[in-house]
Design a protein around this ligand. Sequence first.
Ligand SMILES: [Zn+2]
Length: 237
Amino acid sequence: MQAWVRAAKEQSDPAKQITGLLLPFTGLRVDEFCHIHGPTWFSWIDADTTETNDGEPPKLKVPSRGTCHKDGTTTPCDNCEDEGEFTTKFDDGRDIPITQTWNNFNRGGPNDFVTQDLGLRELCKSYFAVTRDDIGNKMIRGDGLTENTINKWCKDIAVDAQIGLERGLTEDARFDEQVPDVFPHDMRGTFIMQLIRNNMQRTKLTKYTGHEHVSSLEPYEERVAEETHAREFLDHI
Ligand SMILES: [Zn+2]
């Protein structure tokens, strides 16, 4: 995760940068991510106030349903055409606070982490048109991303992050050489595992992931448990 965050922050294309940071820190499903719409999905309203109008941390507000703004129109895109509008998988709209820092556990010890700045709030505010002055894009890249583009960008960032050793490499027709076997949905797993590492209660965690049942978290809990064992081992040998 440490290498991913560094590589995402270093992207020269701001659209790719914000994609690389928002995916692991909001845990959105890919289809939801394609539909982030600056003016309506963020809790910033007034450009002149400090952070938000209600004194709360700024949030990404994923609506359970709403107008599809993709492709620069309000006509439903291919993903939304059955319902006639954007809908989430389980009618699970949710508000996800935009974090400004993250706890980097990639340190070796069981409780050993450093809190690092992400700059994500400023990035969101300047990138999306979340202010009166309309200083950014209404959607990522202006009119939204396809799942294919998000997938390609994730692999671009994974190449820069050099995480091929960990994830293994795969063939991809869009690249000249093998690339890390990373998908956007993996970032949803990263988001969940990070909250588990930070000891968030599983019943509270589903409020931010949109899972129907806490039992869906078990594979992630098992993976974090494996990490913990490795760290504790190193502490005791
Ligand atoms: Zn749509």
